[in-house]
Design a protein around this ligand. Structure first.
Ligand SMILES: [Zn+2]
Ligand SMILES: [Zn+2]
Length: 306
């Protein structure tokens, strides 16, 4: 079986104020041709165009919180999708008030969308399954920021077990029993003998996972919700020289993000949401890598495939 796509495109890396070369937060995740837009700061639709992303293929948009740098691009994107003739349903996941905000814009601009727009309210006190289909599941994860904020966790569902075809040839097993083997159960051959699952199957490839941790102060308990993920994005608005400022504003430093990555035993860390005060982003890597070596910057245009 060919491995399905699992690809993340970074559209924005900046904190509250954009700079001439850094946009506010937005990312596009493609898992098995399901396109998830994660946060939608100002200018996200231009970024989608710039990187030639298929933005009408986005059916799910996840908004972490209602600070402008994470959602002000949403009204414009919703409008462009309409103007370009969209018919497919679009679902937006985020805080309850987001529906009111978008509703008010549509009311006063007398906008009638040509496609169904649905809202699903997230809650920020516990981890929650918010969407799934047969291949992928998405959770919201509580974060600790100045206003209610969630992160999001995307996981491939477990793959069926692989049948060892060479061994199978020696057994007389029906198609229905092979299906049971793939699901991890023992089978019965056509003479009534029980065949242990491990005799005929091999472990499947492990499902991949991505955790997006938007604006948050450092808190150790976060690591339990994102344990063992393949890729973690964690904000790092500041360097250690502004650790106090990070605490006051409910943000994190690069070193703190690395500490969470190490505690959660993730495979790779991406840093983003850099304060406009910093020009040289290599300093973020210099502070994070001694704590968690496999760290990269989530800068515009970067594509990560798992
Ligand atoms: Zn922010
Ligand atoms: Zn914020």
């Amino acid at each position: 079986m060919a491995i399905q796509t699992f690809e993340l495109l970074i559209l924005g890396s900046s904190a509250a104020t954009p700079t001439s070369n850094r946009n506010p937060t937005a990312q596009l995740l493609n898992i098995a041709e399901r396109f998830f837009l994660i946060d939608c700061g100002e200018g996200t639709q231009m970024q989608l165009r710039k990187y030639k992303a298929r933005f009408q293929s986005v059916n799910h948009i996840f908004i972490s919180h209602l600070h402008g740098d994470h959602f002000l691009g949403l009204p414009g994107l919703i409008a462009s999708m309409h103007l370009l003739g969209r018919k497919n349903e679009l679902t937006v996941y985020g805080p309850a008030e987001l529906e009111d905000i978008i509703g008010l814009i549509h009311k006063h601009s007398e906008t009638q969308l040509g496609y169904p727009l649905k809202f699903v309210q997230t809650q920020h006190s516990t981890k929650q399954l918010i969407w799934q289909d047969e291949k992928v599941e998405v959770y919201s994860i509580p974060l600790k920021h100045r206003i209610k904020t969630t992160g999001f966790l995307f996981r491939e569902k477990p793959f069926p077990r692989n049948i060892d075809k060479y061994k199978l040839e020696k057994y007389d097993v029906s198609f229905a029993e092979i299906h049971k083997l793939k699901q991890g159960f023992d089978a019965v051959d056509n003479s009534g003998n029980i065949i242990k699952n491990e005799m005929l199957t091999l472990d499947p490839v492990k499902g991949r996972s991505y955790a997006f941790c938007s604006d948050t102060r450092y808190f150790e308990e976060l690591s339990s919700d994102i344990e063992d993920v393949d890729l973690l994005y964690h904000e790092s608005t500041f360097l250690e020289n502004k650790k106090d400022r990070a605490k006051q504003t409910f943000h994190s430093t690069a070193k703190q993000a690395a500490e969470i990555a190490a505690k959660a035993n993730v495979k790779q860390l991406l840093l983003g949401h850099f304060s406009a005060r910093y020009g040289n982003l290599d300093e973020f890597l210099d502070e994070a890598r001694p704590v968690f070596p496999n760290t990269e910057l989530a800068i515009e245009g970067k594509m990560i495939s798992l």
